[in-house]
Design a protein around this ligand. Structure first.
Ligand code: FAD
Length: 320
């Protein structure tokens, strides 16, 4: 069976959810071979094996943290030469897309970015992309070289599938370009204690209806009662009420949680593009004609400042 390289996104050995989703998709095409780089790479092996990696290629070196993406591209190219895979899958983060694009250029391959689904085809993997603010889906395959495909978070389920996960050291020699751009400082964002937006099972988002930065406390309280992440519409972000890192939509992040709660959001097509694949959608809006009600599973017509605190209180009471 053909092998499929999966680039591992991890933090000191803790594998991030989008990589586990990639392993689910990789198994549809062939046998997943994971590539884990940098500090803690060896520590990823057990988790990757539990989710279907037949092999885990690891390489730890200071260069991965000290420089921007080129050392990672060198390593992935080395893995590509060692394995001759049927495809290379990379999470669709900003860094993942840069790594994938540089790799595709180096190995002379075609690339597909931001896939939302992947399946085996007679002439290679077929990727589905959601385009024009999710108004259309396209299906494409790479027709030159090894398909390099980046996949958006929440595009597949995380499925346990125990496999050997044999750890092998990857031999990497860094190119001259690897040390061309040095990281001079890293400032961690202040932790909110909430889950990462794209990985959260529940997202509570606020829009222009929240009417001020300080009022986002109402949205955050509901999110915290549910263990949810907080999202925001572009109108709320543009007004400076919430950071762009929390924006959901076409020019923000795509989320696909089990539950998405939109409060004071009208449901513009660009917002829908980032959340309409959520499993259950709830909207709270005082305008019964708001377009968001066209796509919800449950809608509440009311003032969010009445409804949201009551909902938060009810959830807290039920949780005890
Ligand atoms: P509005 O459309 O103003 O809606 C506010 C809603 O709140 C209304 O429905 C109102 O009835 C309701 N409301 C007001 N007060 C209350 C209250 N007290 N209680 C309950 N309901 C209340 N938008 C995004 O969100 N994400 C994107 O990534 C994005 N990308 C874009 C890219 C491009 C190229 C363009 C052109 C636009 C993009 N937009 C994006 C903007 C998008 O078109 C909308 O302007 C935006 O989503 C509107 O945000 P909103 O729903 O919060 O505001």
């Amino acid at each position: 069976m053909a092998e499929v390289l999966v680039y591992v996104d991890h933090v000191d050995g803790a594998v991030r959810k989008p990589t586990l989703e990639l392993l689910t998709l990789a198994r549809r095409i062939g046998e997943p071979v994971a590539v884990a780089l940098g500090s803690g790479a060896g520590g990823t092996a057990a988790t990757l094996a539990e989710h279907g990696a037949v092999k885990v290629l690891t390489h730890e070196a200071a260069e991965y943290a000290d420089y921007l993406v080129v050392p990672k591209v060198d390593a992935l190219q080395a893995a590509h030469e060692a394995v001759s895979p049927a495809a290379v899958l990379v999470p669709s983060s900003a860094e993942g897309k840069e790594i994938a694009a540089r790799l595709a250029l180096r190995i002379g391959s075609g690339i597909i970015t931001d896939a939302v689904d992947l399946e085996a085809g007679d002439e290679g993997p077929v990727a589905t992309q959601s385009v024009f603010a999710a108004a259309y889906t396209t299906r494409s395959r790479v027709s030159k070289g090894t398909p390099v495909i980046t996949v958006k978070p929440n595009s597949a389920a995380v499925e346990p599938a125990p496999a050997a996960g044999a750890v092998e050291a990857l031999s990497v020699s860094f190119s001259e370009k690897a040390t061309g751009t040095k990281v001079t400082a890293r400032t961690p964002r202040e932790s909110t204690g909430r889950p990462e937006l794209t990985e959260a099972a529940i997202v509570v988002s606020g829009g222009r209806g929240v009417n001020g930065a300080e009022n986002f406390a109402v949205i955050e309280a509901l999110a915290d009662s549910l263990g949810a992440a907080v999202g925001a519409s572009r109108a709320a972000v543009d007004a400076g009420w919430y950071p762009h890192t929390n924006q959901v939509g076409q020019t923000g992040k795509s989320v696909s949680p089990q539950l998405y709660i939109a409060a004071g959001i009208s449901g513009a097509i660009q917002h829908r593009a980032g959340m309409q694949t959520s499993k259950t959608i709830v909207a709270i809006n005082k305008d019964a004609e708001a377009p968001i009600f066209e796509l919800v599973d449950y809608g509440v017509v009311g003032d969010l400042f009445d409804v949201v605190p009551q909902l938060t209180e009810e959830i807290r009471t039920r949780k005890g």
